[in-house]
Design a protein around this ligand. Structure first.
Ligand code: FNR
Length: 375
């Protein structure tokens, strides 16, 4: 018996803790092209670096003697309450990270009461993901299609499958200039990993001229180049769905004014993790002026550069209602599948909880008591 328990002890998995450790482990698990695609950014990587550095340039001025014994970080979004202010960011083609792909991450999110945002270019379809986590909260991220019947068809499928919000990504009218992928000639779509929602879509299949694999990939690539994307498309989408519509990738406060005029239900401040236009403002630095323009009329979510719990506290203090975890969960998925994603979320939960207590914040409605200064 003694020996057996030693065996079990030895088999105990030691999970990474910090973002850097997860990233290192993921790098060892993924194909080089896939890892390069996940970790790199556009251009010379200026924005990707700026996203992370922005957190070091803001400092929390904590409050003392605040009785934080009733700690509660729950947040309510579109009528549903979550225990933690996190969501999983839409990340396409998660089979690049792990054979179970999105099915593993949606189960992890669902187990921990975290909304999962499914990408248009996912490696599992809207319906498969819904079936894997029927009670979990799921949102659908839409890459607007040039053929808008395809967009509306996907939105309708998401509605039927129980998704609770539509996230329209607006910073991706074409793919950014990503040197790493150009050099490695890596195109995840061409590997067929991002086509699940297309090949299962009646509107897409109807418009398809030839059903061979190359024609399908070419057609998807053509569909997601939406240079004409405009506010008028948002107005049309509003007419077609009753689900809340969020715009992901807003950085300018005047775009917030227009979004409010168009009846948009939520904003996601994001620069796509530095993967789209290089040289843009660090997402955290864009957040205060967006929050100011929104004036709490609709939820403001945030991503791009969230790596640990203290980052979460800073984003919340600068005006976000909740944050999207991006690369950290993808690396968790690559390293340990569903369990890895759960460990990453648990790590965020633990550090955010501790950091809020130490800042003198018992519950998120008090976050305005924190002062943030430039460090
Ligand atoms: C993304 N992101 C993204 N966004 C989106 O709206 N649809 C998508 O399909 C994808 N796909 C995708 C793939 C990979 C590999 C990455 C890393 C990112 C962007 C994502 O939702 C989020 O905005 C960023 O990941 C945030 O930056 P950090 O915090 O991950 O650096």
């Amino acid at each position: 018996e003694g020996l057996l328990s030693v065996e079990t002890d030895r088999k105990e998995i030691h999970f990474p803790l910090s973002f850097e450790e997860w990233e290192q482990k993921a790098a060892g698990m993924m194909q080089p092209g896939g890892y390069g695609y996940a970790c790199s950014g556009a251009g010379k990587g200026e924005t990707g670096r700026r996203n992370e550095e922005a957190f070091g340039k803001w400092a929390i001025v904590p409050r003392m003697l605040s009785d934080v014994s009733d700690g509660d970080m729950s947040v309510t979004l579109f009528g549903r309450t979550y225990k933690t202010p996190f969501l999983l960011a839409p990340i396409g083609m998660q089979k690049l990270a792990h054979p179970e792909g999105e099915l593993a991450s949606v189960k992890a999110a669902s187990n921990l009461n975290v909304p999962f945002i499914l990408s248009t270019v996912a490696s599992h379809s809207i319906e498969e993901v819904a079936a894997a986590a029927p009670t979990g909260s799921k949102w659908f991220q839409l890459y607007w299609s040039n053929n808008e019947e395809i967009s509306f068809s996907m939105v309708e499928r998401a509605e039927k499958a129980g998704y609770e919000a539509i996230v329209v990504t607006v910073d991706t009218v074409r793919t950014g200039f990503r040197e790493t992928d150009i050099r490695s000639e890596f195109s995840p779509l061409s590997k067929g990993l991002g086509k699940a929602n297309y090949v299962s879509d009646p509107a897409f299949m109807k418009a398809l001229k030839s059903q061979d694999d190359d024609a399908i990939v070419a057609s998807i690539l053509e569909n997601i180049q939406t240079l004409s994307l405009h506010w008028r498309h948002i107005a049309k989408l509003k007419e077609r769905t009753n689900l809340p519509i969020l715009l992901k990738g807003i950085l300018h406060p005047e775009d917030v004014q227009t979004a409010l005029e168009y009846g948009v239900d939520g904003i996601i401040v994001s620069n796509h993790g530095g993967r789209q236009l290089d040289g843009v403002i660090g997402a955290l630095d864009a957040l205060p002026s967006i929050a100011e323009a929104v004036q709490k009329r609709i939820p403001v979510l945030f991503d791009s550069g969230i790596r640990r719990g203290t980052d979460v506290v800073k984003a919340l203090a600068l005006g976000a209602d909740a944050v999207l975890i991006g690369r950290p969960f993808l690396y968790g998925l690559a390293a340990h599948g569903q369990q890895g994603v759960e460990k990453v979320i648990e790590g965020f939960t633990r550090e955010t909880e501790i950091s809020l207590s130490l800042s003198g914040i018992a519950n998120l409605s008090q976050i305005g008591r924190l002062k943030m200064v430039r460090a």
